[in-house]
Design a protein around this ligand. Structure first.
Ligand code: GDP
Ligand code: MG
Length: 691
């Protein structure tokens, strides 16, 4: 890492957008202009620094959020490149959680697309301040006004456009910076800084338009900032530093979003975007202090962004780098040194940090020490997983975990050569450590290995990585939907067991339990409780004394049993109540009550009637009018429920809900129904029954 800067000059940011809007292209320019790389790699040539996994280069999409550090005007920027594909939403959510600010890239042609809407709302959820960049201003049909309008309508944002574009499409040459009233003109050569012309020297028409646009910008800011409102009403001249300070205040409070424009591919407009990052996005000191709980007392605790405070960090990503487990950390407070023993409150375990790395895609630089506000990669933390808190044993704290998504698709996986069995097991374990949305299960009856994840692409990439990174060739079965089970009505059941333990021929295994269940609304999950009356006073004292043990054992059995329904899928959306336990004299172990509660639950489910739930997805298809009929027809044949057919710029936008099962191969179908002109996104909606 270069010379340390004060925390006020640090920016932890992400670049987020809909797939293909230009995140990777923008990020590459960031690296180039900051002097971090000396040659710009292009996405379509499979040559970028940020997309460093081979699958990403081949597929031209960004899967792993790679972190990198760069310098810009005495500031240190920690940049996380986030993926745009829906199968990898968890990556976006994880990075937003640990970032302080974001650059949202829109395409000037395609505007606010579904995935950018999703990301926008995720950023709202975490209160992440944003700066927007309208990219692809060089393309035919580029329309920045339309993008600004969509930001207002679809995102409910207040964009503050800081520029007046000069030229359009292939004649786009730059923009007038409305804060300083300076025209910036780009040659398009990657290593040339823009030519700057003060507005006073501009020709009459451009100068008049720029002055008008600046007034509009000032009015826009005055609406959310009292200081600017007063100055404006008083007719005072508002200079650049005053306007900048007001824009910063409003951005940090989430009241507006500064917007810039350009074309990353043609090297126009990226340097002012970096300026805006430094100028308007928060430093770790500007963010609210991180909150958590004391793992022992459960009481709320806070940690300030201060290197002298006790250590608190979040493990937001785990990856195998060169075959070694690497944990990516965001330090919220305190200092971490190589050799420190850190505490994992989830596992109640100490582990030693063996190495620390500043991260730059797949190249790394070793450092000895890191302090609050930074993002870092650590080695040696063998048992830490994604979402774990890293803290000091002297002042333990548990930060809120990152929500993991439940996998919705599974597939069998088989090795081509039986010699690879151990290698496969080992590789799958490592992949699971990295990715909380990836699961592996061996089916008891058949011995078959099942892998599950967030979508078809997710599993295909796992399959590719197994071969490429771990040298294990496998065959994937057809993807299957992962179901859930629930109950239709209320029901009750009993379970009873009484037999001599066949292992020693002496011990009596005994237990009896009653369970009542009832359905809960969709999305409610599972609630296990007990309502067992006190033991009857007729029973002898020693038998009555067994009561709490029996209740605890039966409850534990019930909790275990709800993880699998009659078809082997997890049960959801039901309440299971333990209502009675049966006692008997001379019973020594508690296994019997455990077994009895499990069979009571099975009987209650039989009485209530079970039902399969399948993953239902929200789908949005954006398609030219001429293909709308074909796309709707195809959706109807897939049992889709059409929710809305709207207009999106020159195109039509169809919103529908349908089962994931009906979406296998949809990418190909929608392409052929629209001659390749439709785009679609899907996001998980809920588990439900679908007729
Ligand atoms: P990401 O999916 O958001 O990371 O987008 P990429 O950076 O991979 O860009 C998607 C495609 O758009 C690539 O083929 C880029 O070369 C292209 N692209 C990116 N920026 C621009 C731009 O400013 N103008 C034009 N014409 N194409 C661009
Ligand atoms: Mg990309």
């Amino acid at each position: 890492m270069a010379k340390a800067v004060t925390l006020a000059r640090v920016r932890n940011l992400g670049v987020v957008a809909h797939i293909d809007a230009g995140k990777t292209t923008v990020s590459e320019r960031f690296l180039f202009y900051s002097g971090r790389i000396h040659k710009i790699g292009e996405v379509h040539e499979g040559d970028t620094q940020m997309d460093w996994m081979p699958e990403e280069r081949e597929r031209g999409i960004t899967i792993t959020a790679a972190a990198t550090t760069l310098q810009w005007h005495d500031h240190e920027l920690h940049l996380i490149d986030t993926p745009g594909h829906v199968d990898f939403t968890i990556e976006v959510e994880r990075s937003l959680r640990v970032l302080d600010g974001a650059v949202v890239v829109f395409s000037a042609v395609d505007g606010v697309e579904p995935q950018s809407e999703t990301v926008w709302h995720q950023a709202d959820k975490f209160g992440v301040p944003r700066v927007a960049f309208i990219n692809k201003m060089d393309r035919v049909g580029a329309d920045h006004e339309a993008v600004l309008a969509q930001m207002r309508q679809r995102l409910g944002a207040r964009p503050a456009f800081l520029q007046l574009p000069v030229g359009a499409e292939d004649t786009f040459s730059g923009a007038v910076d409305l804060v300083t009233l300076t025209e910036l003109t780009y040659s398009g050569e990657e290593d040339e800084a823009p030519t700057e012309t003060p507005t006073a020297e501009l020709d009459g028409d451009l100068r008049a338009r720029a002055e008008k646009a600046r007034t509009a910008l000032v009015e826009n800011v005055a609406d959310v900032d009292d200081a600017i409102a007063e100055a404006y009403l008083a007719g005072t001249d508002i200079d650049a530093p005053t306007l900048r300070a007001a824009l910063r205040r409003a951005t940090l409070q989430g009241k507006l979003v500064p917007v810039l424009c350009g074309t990353a591919l043609r090297n126009k407009g990226v340097q002012p975007l970096l300026d805006a990052v430094v100028e308007y996005l928060p430093s770790p000191l500007d963010r609210p202090t991180v909150r958590g709980v004391n793992p022992q007392s459960g009481e709320a605790e806070e940690r300030p962004a201060d290197e002298k405070a006790p250590l608190a960090a979040l493990a937001f990503k785990v990856a195998m780098v060169d075959g070694r487990k690497t944990v990516f950390l965001r330090l919220y407070s305190g200092t971490l040194n190589v050799g420190d023993e850190v505490f994992n409150p989830r596992l109640k375990k100490l582990e030693k940090v063996s190495r620390l790395f500043a991260v730059h895609a797949d190249r790394r630089e070793r450092v000895e020490r890191v302090s609050a506000g930074y993002i870092i990669a650590a080695m040696g933390l063998k048992d830490f997983g994604t979402g774990d808190t890293v803290c000091t044993p002297k002042a333990p704290i548990l930060l809120e975990r990152i929500d993991a998504y439940e996998p919705v698709i599974s597939s069998s996986i088989e090795i081509n050569s039986s010699a690879d069995k151990d290698k496969l097991e080992d590789a799958l374990k490592k992949l699971q450590d990295e990715d909380p949305t990836f699961r592996v299960r061996v089916e008891e009856e058949t011995g078959q290995t099942l892998i599950s994840g967030m979508g078809e692409l997710h599993l295909e990439i796992i399959h590719d990585r197994l071969e490429r990174e771990y040298g294990v060739a496998t065959r994937l079965g057809r993807p299957q939907v992962v179901h859930r089970e629930t109950v239709l009505r209320e029901g009750a059941g009993e379970g009873h067991i009484e037999r001599v333990n066949p292992e020693d021929d002496k011990e009596l295994i005994f237990g009896g339990a009653q369970v009542r269940i009832r359905p809960l609304p969709r999305g409610a999950g599972v609630d296990v409780k007990q309502a067992v009356p006190p033991p009857s006073s007729d029973l002898p004292g020693p038998v009555r004394a067994k009561h709490p043990i029996a209740v605890a054992a039966a409850l534990a059995g019930l909790k275990e049993a709800v993880s699998t329904g009659p078809e082997g899928y997890p049960l959801v959306d039901l309440e299971a109540t333990l209502t009675q336990v049966e006692l008997k004299e001379g019973v020594r172990s508690d296994v019997g009550w455990r077994i009895a509660a499990q069979s009571a639950l099975r009987n209650a489910i039989k009485a209530a009637g079970a039902a399969l739930l399948e993953p239902i997805m929200d789908v949005e298809v954006v398609v030219p009018e001429e293909f709308l009929g074909d796309v709707l027809g195809d959706l109807a044949s897939r049992r889709a429920q059409i929710e809305d057919v709207g207009v999106r710029g020159p195109q039509r936008a169809v919103k529908a809900k349908l089962p994931l099962k009906a979406l296998f191969g949809y990418a190909t179908a929608v392409r052929s129904a629209s001659q390749g002109r439709a785009t679609f996104t899907m996001t998980f909606a809920r588990y439900d029954a679908w007729s």
